[in-house]
Write a protein that binds this ligand. Structure first.
Ligand code: GLN
Length: 380
């Protein structure tokens, strides 16, 4: 049987493709974004504790109470934003499910959705699957800042949703408080919603602070803010995140969520609820990852790769124009096969073009992985 594809131009995601190529060629995998070190022993013990003590049946559809309550407290402390855990916080099976659910809850056929590109690879397909039309606002290169004038011109009566993702994957760009003010001004006359993918909220460097949509009293009213525990606690394989949104938005979100996954892994939710009590765990993340970024940059400082500014996330863009003039995809493949280091070509995050001769390297890695990769990069 052959079925008519709903996504005819789409193949395997770049993350699966590059990880597979890395495995095939025994390359050091700095492509797909995940730590090669383990999560906290105490967190693993907590999951075991809740499994052993019998927390093994469905959780409430919206998530376990204790977890939603501590998320509400954390959001208040960090962003000065009050969300009701009963009606405005929903625990999800990771960030991607939250994004899918929010788009499905809001986008009607023919609606326009503004994406900032380079755009994380799931956004446009999810918009299209819901009958929406992606419209692209391209970040300036090499600053990866939003050109607000160009952005403002894209907003019209058909615009339903804007998808933002800061700290930005793949560039590491962050938003300033002024960016939020400008966005609020652009949107003021328009009934446009925001979906803000903030899964790297705790990985912001150089003394900067994360500008969450929930921090801004006006923007928060129209925002679904998506978070994840994966990047914060080195648990990308556990697939647990959450979405916070005002009551009316959360109500629609939950209508979809209940039929998409119903509820999320129960013992892991209890474990996170307890682990989140130690605020130091996430407050110390900027210095933990900034040290890794700086170590990686120091290790490759004499190479022919030139770093672009990175203020957040655990990705570093490197310009390879002194090494090769091949397109990003081609060079990424050759770097993996011939030199044994796998990276992500950001050109795949543009709907067309966007080939700037840079590759994205994930530095959420052990010291020995970073130094082995640097040795190979330095030899090119
Ligand atoms: N978010 C991770 C990245 O950007 C990977 C996610 C995935 O493999 N789908 O690399």
């Amino acid at each position: 049987m052959v079925i008519a594809s709903k996504l005819p131009e789409i193949g395997l995601t770049i993350f699966s493709e590059m990880t597979r190529l890395a495995l095939q060629h025994g390359a050091i995998n700095l492509s797909q974004g995940f730590p090669d070190f383990d999560t906290h022993a105490e967190l693993k013990d907590l999951v075991a504790k809740y499994i052993r003590s019998g927390h093994n049946q469905y959780s409430p559809m919206q998530g376990v109470d204790a977890l939603r309550e501590i998320i509400a407290a954390k959001t208040r402390q960090l962003y000065d934003a009050v969300y009701d855990p009963a009606t405005e916080i929903t625990v999800t099976t990771g960030g991607t499910q939250a994004i899918y659910t929010a788009v499905t809850a809001t986008v009607h056929p023919g609606d326009e959705v503004i994406l900032v590109e380079p755009a994380y690879d799931c956004y446009a397909p999810i918009v299209r699957l819901n009958g929406g039309v992606p419209v692209f606002a391209t970040l300036d290169f090499p600053s990866y800042r939003i050109d607000w004038n160009a952005f403002g011109r894209l907003v019209n009566a058909k615009t339903r949703l804007i998808i933002l993702n800061f700290p930005h994957n793949p560039s590491g760009a962050v938003l300033s408080a002024q960016d939020l003010e400008i966005l609020a001004e652009i949107l003021r006359p328009n009934p446009v919603l925001i979906l803000s993918d903030e899964v790297y909220e705790h990985i912001v460097f150089d003394g900067l602070s994360h500008q969450s949509m929930s921090r801004h009293p006006e923007l928060r009213q129209r925002s679904f803010v998506v978070h994840s525990f994966a990047k914060t606690y080195h648990t990308t394989g556990w697939k647990v995140g959450y979405c916070i949104a005002p009551r009316a938005l959360s109500e629609e979100f939950r209508k979809i969520h209940q039929y998409m996954v119903f509820a999320v892994n129960t013992p892991i939710q209890y474990a996170y609820a307890e682990f989140l009590e130690d605020r130091q765990r996430y407050l110390s993340l900027p210095s933990f990852y900034q040290a890794k970024r700086d170590r990686f940059l120091d290790l490759i400082r004499n190479s022919r790769f030139r770093p672009l500014p990175c203020h957040g996330t655990y990705y570093q863009l490197l310009d390879y124009s002194q090494v090769s003039d091949e397109p990003e995809m081609q060079f990424a493949r050759r770097l993996t096969m011939e030199y044994g280091v796998a990276a992500i070509p950001p050109s795949v995050f543009y709907h067309r073009g966007g080939d700037h001769k840079v590759l994205r390297f994930c530095f959420a890695k052990k010291e020995e992985t970073l130094s082995a990769a640097a040795e190979r990069l330095n030899a090119i």
